[in-house]
Design a protein around this ligand. Structure first.
Ligand code: WAQ
Ligand code: MG
Length: 283
């Protein structure tokens, strides 16, 4: 199989020129690259050409604007991918950010995440500084366990089989949510949930207009949370909660390096109240 990854970006505006005292000249600080879009998947080698042109079209036609740099990485995967099962999908019934955050807290509590750790996750997700990947947090102490604060942990080398993708599309379509944002989030969350030392994940999009996030765990599946933030905010991120005795290196190796292919899907079930969702595992 091959792993194909795409990243499109554009040079941001230069910050204020910095006066270099010694040289006596104005020189601009290097402009930051602004992320436009990214995508990845695992495919059969025979479809390389088709996939690369699909990714290219996606990079160039993104609503966030035209990129001035597109990086496409094609990597041969020699390890046989680990087969993973897709999480079930539900949408929480909620009508305001206050209600959503309160329900999110109840889900976290039900998974054994302490109040301290949950509050720390909210603090990180609301901090102005965005992390490119996910923060790893101890579910008990709330201590951050990954080492690069700007990068975090990047889930990579993941994909879905063609058959499973058809089933996922059909399932999500029944609930009117079959789009690439939801499909890709379900695939990523399913790889994360396949790591035994991860208890749960919280995700908030960094897209200012995308206000639906999710909480996912093996027990409750993928729970979509509408109004997880107010529209207009670019603040987002992902938090992965680890158990107390987690093997951090092995979890990070699985998330970043180990190829994983979603080959079985679970159902997409519609809209539920928080009490209905919390009741699920008692049945
Ligand atoms: N690995 C780890 N963290 C990542 C990755 C990755 N591969 N990609 C993005 N992140 C982090 C990063 O901090 C981003 O700022 C944050 O997640 C949000 O990423 O069912 O679009 O790509 O309707 O903006 C949820 C869909 C969509 C909910 C999430 O995330 C639904 C989304 P975004
Ligand atoms: Mg985004």
């Amino acid at each position: 199989m091959i792993s194909v990854r795409m990243r499109a970006s554009r040079k941001g505006r230069c910050r204020k020129p910095v006066k270099l005292q010694s040289a006596g000249v104005n020189r601009s600080v290097q402009a930051p690259q602004i992320h436009i879009s990214g995508a990845e998947g695992l495919y059969d080698e025979t479809s390389t050409g088709r996939i690369v042109s699909e990714y290219l079209a996606r990079a160039m036609g993104h609503p966030r604007g035209a990129p001035d740099k597109i990086v496409i990485t094609i990597e041969k995967i020699s390890r046989r991918p680990r087969k993973i099962k897709g999480l079930s999908v539900r949408t929480l019934k909620s009508s305001s950010p206050a209600e959503s955050i309160s329900d999110l807290g109840r889900l976290a509590d039900a998974m054994g995440i302490t109040r301290v750790a949950f509050k720390e996750s909210l603090r990180l997700l609301r901090a102005g500084k965005t992390v490119r990947g996910a923060c790893l947090l101890c579910a008990e102490t709330g201590r951050r366990l990954d080492h690069d604060p700007d990068r975090g942990i990047r889930v990579s080398r993941l994909g879905i089989s063609r058959d499973a993708e058809k089933v996922l599309s059909r399932q999500l379509g029944l609930c009117g949510i079959d789009n690439s944002t939801v499909r890709e989030a379900v695939i990523l969350a399913s790889k994360v949930a396949a790591e035994k030392d991860i208890i749960a994940e919280i995700c908030i999009s960094d897209d200012p207009d995308y206000t639906t996030g999710y909480f996912s765990s093996r027990r409750f599946g993928y729970v979509r949370i509408p109004h997880i933030k107010k529209p207009g905010s670019r603040k987002g991120g992902r938090i992965f909660f680890l158990g107390k005795d987690a093997d951090i290196d092995s979890a990070v190796d699985f998330l970043e390096e180990t190829p994983a292919l979603l080959d079985t899907c679970s159902a997409c079930m519609g809209i539920f109240t928080i009490d209905e969702i919390l009741d699920l595992h008692h049945r």
